[in-house]
Structures are given as C-alpha cells and as structure tokens.
Design a protein around this ligand. Structure first.
Ligand SMILES: [Zn+2]
Length: 318
C-alpha cells in the first residue's frame, strides 16, 4: 500500500515570503519605516477582502518583487518557505516562480543566479527536514508576451534537469494561449511536464486550449471547467488534475463566495482536484486553513479531503 503524503502543487515561491522576513527586508531597503510594527505592516500588505482590481493590490505584489534583490535573500526565502510548508504538514512541495518577474526590478540579478539561489535554499531546508522534498516549476509570464516566452523556454530547456516542469501564468484575457503555442510545443517535444493557469478569469475554452494545444498535464485553477460537461469528462478520463486555490479565487472575485466554489462538484464528478494556497503571504492563508475552508464552508468530508490529498500526490511532477 502506498502512503499518501501531504502535497502542495500550486504555490508561488515569490509570494510565499514569511511576513516577518518581508518586513525586515523592506525596512533594510528603506521601503518601509523602521518604526512600522508587523501588525501595521500586515494591515497595509494583506489582501483580506475581494479586491477591486489588480491595480489596487499591485503595491503588495511589488514589495515582494522588490525585496528579492540578491542571491542570499532568494536563498533565505526559499529555505524559509520550505520550513513553513513543513510546519504545515506538507512533505511534497512544488514551488513555482517566473524568472522574468523575479528579475524585473533587478537587472543585475541573472536568471542563472536566481535559479542557483532558490535551489540552494531548498537544498539547505531539505537537509534539515526529514521526509521533505521540493521541486521548482519555471513560469512563463503571459504579460511578457511571445518574446518573453521564447526566452523563458530557452532558459527552461537549458536547465531542464533542475526544474520539475513548466507553467504559464498571468493575464489570461489580454494574452491568450495561442501566443505561447510555439514555446510550449518546444517544451513538450523535449519531454517537459506542463501545468497551465487556465479557466481562472476566463471560460472553459482556455482550459481546452491548454490541454489540446499547450500540452497541459495539469491545470492551475480551472474554476470554469464545470461549465462544460464534455470538458469535465475529458479531465476525468485523462486524469488531468485541477490545482484549485479557494481563498485566491474568492479574493480575486473568480467566485462570489466559498460556498459557490466548484471544488466539491469537480471532486464528486470524479475529476482529480487538489487544494492549494497560490499566494499565501498576500492572501494570509496556509494549507491547513484552505483545508478548513473546504470542510467548514464548502462541505467536504474528511474522506473527500483525503481524496484531494491523494489526487495531489498522484499528480505531482516530483
Ligand atoms: Zn497561481
């Protein structure tokens, strides 16, 4: 009998910083006053109510981006994220980041340096945490267009053995999947495992495109899948796991309430689905708290939580 270990598949490394570390780094860089307490900082930083638009919360995302400016910092952050996930009971962790996003404000930070620093932090943590394993997913950010995607896939292919897979994230509406088809076809041909953020702010057609044209083995979010019964059958039959993130979907207004979240419907239709935090720092969440939301507000039984855990473990690229 195989053991199912708590696994988290969808967590953005660069938005998973420990809040006390984020404040310390922001103060060191003069981005936050020395006198600011952690509580006052979190009041400004955390997104606790459904957001008006991305512009309203851009500052919160940018502060995470701005403090990740040196290899030692990236190493520390990756190590702490692993420690925090382990403290949540997670033993298999997939952490994703976009090289273009992390280096955006730091031209002197090379993509090679970023990867080496994150790997080193994960290695340091893994050496101390019994039974824990973590891997990195490389994100192509939609917002940097086709040229950014080609550059990212070149980097990914050059370092393929150091990544567990490739992802596509960002603005689904203005940067549709078709722009990224050549990049993903190259990666697929080289044997890459692929997950795609799709059907979060858009309908089921983007999920179809991710599966049929971009080669997705898994889907990030996939909230709109339930609108299309034929798609649900394909997801079930091909065992394509949906990485769902309830708090994220509520805060970004993808769902009007937790009670309206389609995760229970997806699971009960036999489609593989797992529970994730997405951007835990800014969304002030943890995997145990997402799990509690699934039981207390969405009506999942403990047996159904265990199924989500099995689906996540089975779908991991680790
Ligand atoms: Zn995400």
């Amino acid at each position: 009998m195989s053991t199912v270990l708590q696994t988290e598949l969808h967590r953005h490394l660069d938005v998973s910083l420990r809040p006390s570390t984020l404040l310390e780094l922001a103060q060191e860089r003069g981005l936050e006053a020395q006198s600011t307490s952690l509580d006052a900082f979190l009041d400004k930083l955390l997104i606790r109510e459904p957001m008006k638009d991305l512009a309203a919360v851009l500052g919160s995302f940018q502060i995470c981006q701005k403090v990740l400016d040196r290899p030692e910092v990236l190493e520390r952050v990756a190590r702490e994220v692993c420690e925090d996930m382990y403290a949540e009971g997670t033993l298999r962790a997939e952490l994703r980041y976009s090289p273009a996003f992390v280096s955006e404000f730091h031209p002197s930070l090379s993509w090679d340096d970023i990867l080496a620093a994150f790997e080193s932090g994960i290695r340091q943590a893994t050496a101390k945490l019994p039974g824990f394993r973590a891997g990195l997913l490389c994100i192509i950010s939609r917002d940097y267009g086709a040229e950014g995607a080609e550059k990212t896939v070149d980097f990914f292919l050059k370092n393929q053995s150091r990544f567990i897979g490739l992802d596509l994230a960002g603005n689904e509406t203005d940067f549709p999947g078709s722009i990224f088809r050549p990049a993903f076809q190259r990666a697929k041909k080289a044997g890459a495992k692929i997950t795609i953020h799709a059907g979060e702010s858009t309908g089921p057609d983007t999920i179809w495109y991710a599966i049929e044209d971009l080669g997705a083995d898994r889907i990030g979010h996939g909230v709109s899948a339930t609108q299309d019964p034929q798609l649900m059958t394909v997801l079930r039959d091909r065992k394509i796991c949906l990485e769902m993130c309830p708090t994220s979907n509520w805060l970004t207004r993808v769902v009007p309430s937790f009670e309206a979240h389609p995760l229970p419907q997806v699971l009960r239709a036999g489609v593989p689905v797992c529970i994730n935090t997405d951007d835990p720092t800014l969304f002030a969440t943890t995997l145990p708290s997402e799990t509690r939301i699934c039981t207390d507000l969405m009506g999942l039984t403990q047996a159904e939580i265990a199924s989500c855990r099995s689906h996540g473990f089975a779908a991991s690229f680790l």
